[in-house]
Design a protein around this ligand. Sequence first.
Ligand code: SRM
Ligand code: SF4
Length: 572
Amino acid sequence: MLHQILKAPEGPPSDVERIKEKSDYLRGTLRESMQDRLSAGIPDDDNRLMKFHGSYLQDDRDLRNERQKQKLEPAYQFMLRVRLPGGVATPAQWLVMDELAQKNANGTLKLTTRMTFQMHGILKWNMKKTIQEIHASLLDTIAACGDVNRNVMCNPNPFQSEIHSEVYEWSKRLSDYLLPRTKAYHEIWLDEEKVAGTPEMEEVEPMYGPLYLPRKFKIGIAVPPSNDIDVFSQDLGFIAIVEDGKLVGFNVAIGGGMGMTHGDKTTYPQLAKVIGFCTPGQILEVAEKVITIQRDYGNRSERKNARFKYTVDRLGLETVKDELENRLGWRLVEAKPFHFDHNGDRYGWVEGVQGKWHFTLFVQGGRIADFDDYKLKTGLREIAKIHTGDFRLTANQNLIIANVSSQNKEKISELIEQYGLTDGKHYTALRRSSLACVALPTCGLAMAEAERYLPVLLDKIDAIIDENGLRDKEITIRMTGCPNGCARHALGEIGFIGKAPGKYNMYLGAAFDGSRLSKMYRENIGEEEILSELRVLLSRYAKERQEGEHFGDFVIRAGIVKATTDGTNFHD
Ligand code: SRM
Ligand code: SF4
């Protein structure tokens, strides 16, 4: 048996391991801390556990210095993330999110890069009722964050084909199957009574165990030719294989991830590698066993090296595959051919199966708000009131008003027009292909702006794009406020990672279909240099590109950066 020779890395368990161990299955003293009125925050240990319940304690970083000067505690507030497999929400659920954002949060909704809702700025006293209202809308926030399997992604367009809808069902099943079993969430937020323990009833986490995973774990399912969910960035990716119009199964890819630490070569983004094929009926078992390998062999000492990608790189792909097959008791079939052609979204109206229509809206930075000259949030609320289909949040932070009946299409089109809701047609294709993580002011890890700054930078890049006649050229551009990679920067043809206020590392050369990582091009540069670099690069691209050549491929062919498919040389 292989697991006798495999070894988990040695070293004392990290602090988080200690917190999980004594938490009584994610309870800790969260209930008491949330009731405590002396501070708007909660202690660190409970905040660690809070993540498993879908929330983080944050503070408004725009106010941090001023409050410090006034000797006040930070402006504590909570971020809340919903579990929304495949990104699908009903109009009724949309209206609940819209209302909760208005009355309990900062008035806006963030559509995340993993296809769900986040609310920011919730005060401690409003957390419980917010979670209860989410629960009443038949959604929850369980395992939206924390060292467990996170929101399962899949192509958000189930009505594009019967296959899409079948794949979506698998993403839901995976999400439910891999949920933690503890009742902590129900007790703390929904006031369910703790069931007194006879030995048989004693709570156990059959899959996770009392320590849960060494780190977060992410699963996504792609439906070729669209790689919109960036399947190679997932800890565990499934690629739907269709033969004769039927879903025959999934190629299995393991060990992807985007995060790293500046200057630390033991950390790097990595692409998941395809190890075989399984049938739809085997997908839950494959996911479970992969997760248990990470549970048993992931690094519980160094959190920055604890993601599954490092476990795979440390043990070796073949060894992990053997271990998986050992645990399954059967072998994966050889992977089947597949082809991706993009990792972005397709905008505007498209007709799907069963005469239903879908409108993909461009949502800059995934932020749903009422801006001075753009009443996006109100417009969507009015649509939700009459919409009989559903909403689908995309992995590119956009929104599909989906499953619109022919009868309703005209009314919805009128509202789209009335509120000027845009499919981004009048923007450059570059802007439509942009992604930015939240960063400041809420993210505690941000070193630079992202969501608030990228649109401003894009205004200036757009001018260069126009000078070079590249308005319709789709080039993916992604910005993150730090190297954690929440906007999957390493898979953008142009990537920026925040280093310090106003300073970014610039990356180039990722593939348009999400199958190749980018590579460092310039370090620690500000806006002026970014623009002068792009002026040269984009003008060369305009003149020298070959027929149909994407920007990421061009910079490699032109020798501007070297191709990188292996994350371990990402820093070089
Ligand atoms: Fe992320 C941590 C926001 C997708 C890699 N991420 C965070 C935190 C919670 C900051 C923190 O730990 O204090 C951010 C909260 C900011 C805020 O104010 O809301 C945050 N991550 C986000 C979101 C909201 C970005 C967005 O603008 O959409 C995305 C929410 C996804 C969701 O709905 O579940 C988000 N994060 C991602 C992705 C992309 C993905 O999963 O497809 C990644 C890269 C893929 C990966 O995991 O490798 C990502 N986030 C991280 C990491 C780096 C993990 C690592 O491997 O080292 C951190 C830091 C950490 O875990 O310690 C992080
Ligand atoms: Fe925050 Fe960094 Fe993630 Fe951006 S990439 S949301 S700055 S953790």
